[in-house]
Design a protein around this ligand. Structure first.
Ligand code: VAH
Length: 321
Protein backbone atom coordinates (compact mmCIF):
# COMPACT_ATOMS: atom_id res chain seq x y z
CA UNK A 1 0.00 0.00 0.00
CA UNK A 2 1.35 3.49 -0.76
CA UNK A 3 2.70 5.20 2.33
CA UNK A 4 1.35 8.72 2.31
CA UNK A 5 2.69 11.83 4.07
CA UNK A 6 0.57 14.98 4.44
CA UNK A 7 2.67 18.08 5.19
CA UNK A 8 0.48 20.79 6.73
CA UNK A 9 -2.05 18.22 7.99
CA UNK A 10 -3.36 20.64 10.62
CA UNK A 11 -4.75 23.13 8.13
CA UNK A 12 -8.20 23.58 6.60
CA UNK A 13 -7.68 21.26 3.60
CA UNK A 14 -4.82 19.21 5.05
CA UNK A 15 -6.88 18.02 8.02
CA UNK A 16 -9.81 16.77 5.95
CA UNK A 17 -7.46 15.26 3.37
CA UNK A 18 -5.74 13.34 6.19
CA UNK A 19 -8.98 11.66 7.29
CA UNK A 20 -10.02 10.88 3.71
CA UNK A 21 -6.63 9.33 2.91
CA UNK A 22 -6.83 7.20 6.08
CA UNK A 23 -10.22 5.92 4.88
CA UNK A 24 -8.71 5.04 1.49
CA UNK A 25 -5.27 3.70 2.44
CA UNK A 26 -5.75 2.64 6.06
CA UNK A 27 -4.60 4.68 9.03
CA UNK A 28 -1.35 2.70 9.30
CA UNK A 29 -0.37 3.86 5.80
CA UNK A 30 -0.91 7.60 6.37
CA UNK A 31 1.46 9.93 8.24
CA UNK A 32 0.10 13.34 9.22
CA UNK A 33 2.62 16.08 9.88
CA UNK A 34 2.76 19.76 10.71
CA UNK A 35 5.05 22.39 12.23
CA UNK A 36 3.26 22.05 15.57
CA UNK A 37 0.49 20.30 17.51
CA UNK A 38 -2.21 22.90 16.85
CA UNK A 39 -4.83 20.50 15.44
CA UNK A 40 -5.25 17.91 18.22
CA UNK A 41 -7.93 15.99 16.32
CA UNK A 42 -5.35 15.26 13.62
CA UNK A 43 -2.49 14.72 16.11
CA UNK A 44 -4.52 12.13 18.03
CA UNK A 45 -5.93 10.37 14.95
CA UNK A 46 -2.93 8.15 14.23
CA UNK A 47 0.72 8.50 13.14
CA UNK A 48 1.78 12.16 13.60
CA UNK A 49 5.20 13.77 13.10
CA UNK A 50 6.56 17.30 13.52
CA UNK A 51 7.90 18.27 10.08
CA UNK A 52 9.20 21.70 9.11
CA UNK A 53 8.17 22.14 5.46
CA UNK A 54 11.06 24.58 4.95
CA UNK A 55 13.69 22.09 6.18
CA UNK A 56 14.76 19.51 3.57
CA UNK A 57 16.22 17.13 6.16
CA UNK A 58 13.13 17.37 8.37
CA UNK A 59 11.04 16.09 5.46
CA UNK A 60 13.64 13.52 4.32
CA UNK A 61 13.97 11.99 7.81
CA UNK A 62 10.19 11.51 7.96
CA UNK A 63 10.11 10.04 4.43
CA UNK A 64 12.83 7.49 5.25
CA UNK A 65 11.47 6.66 8.74
CA UNK A 66 8.00 5.79 7.37
CA UNK A 67 8.95 4.59 3.86
CA UNK A 68 6.81 7.32 2.26
CA UNK A 69 6.16 7.20 -1.48
CA UNK A 70 3.53 9.94 -1.87
CA UNK A 71 3.54 13.48 -0.40
CA UNK A 72 0.59 15.88 -0.23
CA UNK A 73 2.22 19.28 0.38
CA UNK A 74 -0.58 21.33 1.99
CA UNK A 75 1.51 23.80 3.99
CA UNK A 76 1.37 27.36 2.61
CA UNK A 77 0.82 30.98 3.58
CA UNK A 78 -2.41 32.19 1.95
CA UNK A 79 -3.28 35.43 0.16
CA UNK A 80 -4.25 37.81 2.95
CA UNK A 81 -1.46 36.87 5.35
CA UNK A 82 1.00 36.76 2.46
CA UNK A 83 0.42 40.47 1.83
CA UNK A 84 1.40 41.18 5.45
CA UNK A 85 4.55 39.02 5.33
CA UNK A 86 5.63 38.86 1.64
CA UNK A 87 9.08 37.31 2.10
CA UNK A 88 7.83 34.74 4.64
CA UNK A 89 5.12 33.75 2.17
CA UNK A 90 7.68 33.41 -0.63
CA UNK A 91 10.08 31.38 1.55
CA UNK A 92 7.46 28.99 2.93
CA UNK A 93 5.56 28.44 -0.32
CA UNK A 94 8.66 28.04 -2.54
CA UNK A 95 11.20 26.31 -0.26
CA UNK A 96 8.68 23.62 0.69
CA UNK A 97 7.86 22.93 -2.97
CA UNK A 98 11.53 22.69 -4.02
CA UNK A 99 12.29 20.26 -1.17
CA UNK A 100 9.49 17.93 -2.19
CA UNK A 101 10.22 18.18 -5.93
CA UNK A 102 13.91 17.39 -5.27
CA UNK A 103 13.04 14.41 -3.06
CA UNK A 104 11.09 13.04 -6.04
CA UNK A 105 13.82 13.90 -8.57
CA UNK A 106 16.36 12.09 -6.38
CA UNK A 107 14.16 9.01 -6.09
CA UNK A 108 13.16 9.23 -2.40
CA UNK A 109 9.44 9.51 -3.21
CA UNK A 110 7.30 8.62 -6.26
CA UNK A 111 4.36 11.02 -6.37
CA UNK A 112 3.41 14.56 -5.24
CA UNK A 113 0.21 16.51 -4.84
CA UNK A 114 0.73 20.28 -4.69
CA UNK A 115 -2.17 22.77 -4.36
CA UNK A 116 -2.24 25.78 -6.62
CA UNK A 117 -5.05 28.34 -6.59
CA UNK A 118 -7.21 30.57 -8.76
CA UNK A 119 -5.02 33.26 -7.19
CA UNK A 120 -2.57 32.60 -10.07
CA UNK A 121 -4.89 34.80 -12.15
CA UNK A 122 -4.78 38.58 -11.94
CA UNK A 123 -6.73 41.72 -12.96
CA UNK A 124 -5.80 41.29 -16.66
CA UNK A 125 -7.20 37.74 -16.79
CA UNK A 126 -10.67 37.23 -18.35
CA UNK A 127 -12.91 37.12 -15.25
CA UNK A 128 -15.85 35.05 -16.54
CA UNK A 129 -15.32 31.33 -17.16
CA UNK A 130 -11.57 31.86 -16.90
CA UNK A 131 -9.80 29.47 -19.33
CA UNK A 132 -7.22 26.83 -18.37
CA UNK A 133 -4.63 28.61 -20.53
CA UNK A 134 -4.82 32.42 -20.40
CA UNK A 135 -2.98 35.52 -19.28
CA UNK A 136 -1.76 35.29 -15.69
CA UNK A 137 -0.44 38.44 -13.99
CA UNK A 138 -1.14 37.81 -10.27
CA UNK A 139 -0.88 40.86 -8.02
CA UNK A 140 -0.53 39.02 -4.69
CA UNK A 141 2.61 37.35 -3.32
CA UNK A 142 0.56 34.20 -2.77
CA UNK A 143 -0.59 34.25 -6.41
CA UNK A 144 3.00 34.82 -7.59
CA UNK A 145 4.22 31.81 -5.57
CA UNK A 146 1.47 29.64 -7.06
CA UNK A 147 2.18 30.81 -10.63
CA UNK A 148 5.93 30.18 -10.26
CA UNK A 149 5.27 26.92 -8.44
CA UNK A 150 3.18 25.68 -11.37
CA UNK A 151 6.05 26.45 -13.75
CA UNK A 152 8.47 24.44 -11.57
CA UNK A 153 6.05 21.51 -11.30
CA UNK A 154 5.73 21.31 -15.08
CA UNK A 155 9.54 21.68 -15.47
CA UNK A 156 10.31 18.87 -13.02
CA UNK A 157 7.76 16.64 -14.74
CA UNK A 158 9.15 17.27 -18.21
CA UNK A 159 12.86 17.27 -17.30
CA UNK A 160 13.00 14.66 -14.50
CA UNK A 161 9.74 12.74 -15.08
CA UNK A 162 8.52 13.68 -11.58
CA UNK A 163 4.89 12.60 -11.10
CA UNK A 164 3.62 15.86 -9.58
CA UNK A 165 -0.10 16.69 -9.83
CA UNK A 166 -1.85 19.94 -8.98
CA UNK A 167 -5.22 21.68 -8.76
CA UNK A 168 -5.99 25.42 -8.82
CA UNK A 169 -8.40 25.40 -5.86
CA UNK A 170 -11.06 28.10 -5.67
CA UNK A 171 -12.14 29.33 -2.24
CA UNK A 172 -12.85 26.27 -0.08
CA UNK A 173 -15.74 26.21 2.39
CA UNK A 174 -15.78 23.74 5.28
CA UNK A 175 -17.05 23.38 8.83
CA UNK A 176 -14.51 21.07 10.52
CA UNK A 177 -11.38 23.27 10.62
CA UNK A 178 -11.33 27.08 10.39
CA UNK A 179 -9.32 28.47 7.44
CA UNK A 180 -6.53 30.94 8.15
CA UNK A 181 -5.36 34.00 6.30
CA UNK A 182 -7.43 33.67 3.15
CA UNK A 183 -9.46 36.26 1.26
CA UNK A 184 -12.28 33.75 0.69
CA UNK A 185 -12.50 32.99 4.44
CA UNK A 186 -15.56 35.28 4.69
CA UNK A 187 -17.58 32.45 3.13
CA UNK A 188 -16.76 30.26 6.15
CA UNK A 189 -16.99 32.95 8.84
CA UNK A 190 -20.47 33.99 7.66
CA UNK A 191 -21.96 30.57 8.55
CA UNK A 192 -20.42 30.61 12.04
CA UNK A 193 -21.62 34.16 12.71
CA UNK A 194 -25.09 33.39 11.31
CA UNK A 195 -25.48 30.72 14.00
CA UNK A 196 -23.71 32.58 16.83
CA UNK A 197 -24.92 36.17 16.30
CA UNK A 198 -27.40 36.17 13.38
CA UNK A 199 -25.18 38.97 12.03
CA UNK A 200 -22.00 39.07 9.95
CA UNK A 201 -19.93 42.12 9.08
CA UNK A 202 -18.35 41.08 5.77
CA UNK A 203 -14.84 42.26 4.81
CA UNK A 204 -15.77 42.12 1.11
CA UNK A 205 -18.41 44.22 -0.65
CA UNK A 206 -21.83 42.72 -1.42
CA UNK A 207 -21.35 42.13 -5.15
CA UNK A 208 -17.85 40.56 -4.99
CA UNK A 209 -18.29 37.35 -7.00
CA UNK A 210 -15.66 34.64 -6.46
CA UNK A 211 -15.26 30.98 -7.47
CA UNK A 212 -15.89 28.69 -4.49
CA UNK A 213 -16.26 25.00 -3.63
CA UNK A 214 -17.47 22.89 -0.72
CA UNK A 215 -14.70 20.92 0.99
CA UNK A 216 -16.14 17.49 0.13
CA UNK A 217 -15.90 18.34 -3.58
CA UNK A 218 -12.33 19.64 -3.17
CA UNK A 219 -11.23 16.46 -1.36
CA UNK A 220 -12.91 14.19 -3.93
CA UNK A 221 -11.27 16.12 -6.78
CA UNK A 222 -7.85 15.77 -5.11
CA UNK A 223 -8.25 12.03 -4.61
CA UNK A 224 -9.62 11.51 -8.14
CA UNK A 225 -6.66 13.37 -9.66
CA UNK A 226 -4.14 11.36 -7.61
CA UNK A 227 -5.80 8.05 -8.50
CA UNK A 228 -6.06 8.82 -12.23
CA UNK A 229 -3.74 6.86 -14.57
CA UNK A 230 -0.67 9.01 -15.35
CA UNK A 231 -1.50 9.16 -19.05
CA UNK A 232 -4.82 10.87 -18.24
CA UNK A 233 -3.07 13.68 -16.33
CA UNK A 234 -2.27 15.78 -19.36
CA UNK A 235 -1.75 19.09 -17.52
CA UNK A 236 1.26 19.10 -15.21
CA UNK A 237 1.24 22.78 -14.24
CA UNK A 238 -2.13 22.82 -12.47
CA UNK A 239 -5.77 22.08 -13.34
CA UNK A 240 -8.44 24.80 -13.19
CA UNK A 241 -11.19 23.73 -10.82
CA UNK A 242 -14.50 25.46 -10.26
CA UNK A 243 -17.85 24.52 -8.78
CA UNK A 244 -20.02 27.43 -7.58
CA UNK A 245 -19.59 31.18 -7.85
CA UNK A 246 -21.42 33.54 -5.53
CA UNK A 247 -21.28 36.93 -3.83
CA UNK A 248 -21.63 37.86 -0.14
CA UNK A 249 -25.14 39.04 -1.01
CA UNK A 250 -26.23 35.76 -2.61
CA UNK A 251 -24.78 33.57 0.16
CA UNK A 252 -26.52 35.77 2.76
CA UNK A 253 -29.84 35.35 0.90
CA UNK A 254 -29.34 31.56 0.96
CA UNK A 255 -28.63 31.64 4.71
CA UNK A 256 -31.81 33.71 5.30
CA UNK A 257 -33.84 30.78 3.92
CA UNK A 258 -32.72 28.94 7.11
CA UNK A 259 -32.27 31.89 9.52
CA UNK A 260 -34.82 34.52 8.39
CA UNK A 261 -33.58 37.28 10.72
CA UNK A 262 -29.92 36.93 9.71
CA UNK A 263 -28.36 40.32 8.88
CA UNK A 264 -25.23 41.07 6.84
CA UNK A 265 -23.33 44.35 6.83
CA UNK A 266 -20.28 45.29 4.72
CA UNK A 267 -16.94 46.78 5.82
CA UNK A 268 -14.53 46.12 2.95
CA UNK A 269 -10.88 46.07 4.00
CA UNK A 270 -7.50 45.39 2.27
CA UNK A 271 -8.79 42.01 1.14
CA UNK A 272 -11.25 43.70 -1.26
CA UNK A 273 -8.37 44.63 -3.57
CA UNK A 274 -7.17 41.02 -3.57
CA UNK A 275 -10.64 39.69 -4.37
CA UNK A 276 -11.10 42.27 -7.14
CA UNK A 277 -7.98 40.86 -8.87
CA UNK A 278 -9.39 37.33 -9.09
CA UNK A 279 -11.83 35.68 -11.55
CA UNK A 280 -15.56 35.43 -10.93
CA UNK A 281 -15.94 31.95 -12.44
CA UNK A 282 -13.67 29.20 -13.78
CA UNK A 283 -13.68 26.98 -16.89
CA UNK A 284 -12.66 23.57 -15.55
CA UNK A 285 -13.52 21.56 -18.68
CA UNK A 286 -9.96 20.16 -18.89
CA UNK A 287 -10.33 18.50 -15.46
CA UNK A 288 -13.78 17.22 -16.42
CA UNK A 289 -12.43 15.74 -19.65
CA UNK A 290 -9.10 14.34 -18.40
CA UNK A 291 -10.13 12.70 -15.09
CA UNK A 292 -13.94 12.96 -14.87
CA UNK A 293 -14.12 15.78 -12.36
CA UNK A 294 -17.65 16.79 -11.36
CA UNK A 295 -18.83 18.76 -8.34
CA UNK A 296 -21.84 17.70 -6.23
CA UNK A 297 -22.52 20.70 -3.96
CA UNK A 298 -24.31 23.80 -5.18
CA UNK A 299 -24.88 26.85 -2.92
CA UNK A 300 -28.20 25.54 -1.63
CA UNK A 301 -26.87 22.06 -0.73
CA UNK A 302 -23.67 23.50 0.78
CA UNK A 303 -25.57 26.01 2.94
CA UNK A 304 -27.90 23.30 4.26
CA UNK A 305 -24.91 21.09 5.15
CA UNK A 306 -22.83 23.90 6.70
CA UNK A 307 -25.66 25.14 8.95
CA UNK A 308 -26.62 21.58 9.95
CA UNK A 309 -23.07 20.59 10.89
CA UNK A 310 -22.16 23.88 12.60
CA UNK A 311 -25.45 23.94 14.48
CA UNK A 312 -24.65 20.46 15.81
CA UNK A 313 -21.01 21.45 16.58
CA UNK A 314 -22.02 24.52 18.62
CA UNK A 315 -24.80 22.60 20.37
CA UNK A 316 -22.30 19.87 21.38
CA UNK A 317 -19.77 22.43 22.61
CA UNK A 318 -22.48 24.13 24.71
CA UNK A 319 -23.44 20.78 26.24
CA UNK A 320 -19.81 19.91 26.98
CA UNK A 321 -18.85 23.36 28.31
C1 VAH B 1 -7.15 32.41 -0.15
N1 VAH B 1 -8.46 30.43 0.38
O1 VAH B 1 -8.17 33.07 0.08
C2 VAH B 1 -7.31 30.90 -0.41
C3 VAH B 1 -7.59 30.58 -1.87
C4 VAH B 1 -8.69 31.24 -4.01
C5 VAH B 1 -8.39 31.63 -2.59
O2 VAH B 1 -6.42 30.28 -2.56
O3 VAH B 1 -6.04 32.90 -0.16
Amino acid sequence: MPKVLIIGAGGQIGSELTFKLKDIHGSENVVASDIGYHNLEVVNSGIFEIVDAQDYNSIKICVEKHNIDTIYLMAAMLSATGEKYPMKAWDLNMNSLFHVLNLAKDGFIKRIFWPSSIAVFGPTTPTENTPQHTIMEPTTVYGITKQVGERWCEYYHKKYDVDVRSIRYPGIISWKTMPGGGTTDYAVEIYHQAILDKHYDCFLSEHTELPMMFMDDAINATVNLMQAPAEQVKIRSSYNLGAISFTPLTISEEIKKHIPDFKITYSPDYRQQIADSWPKSIDDSAAREDWNWNHEFNLEKMTTEMLKQLGRKYQDSEINS
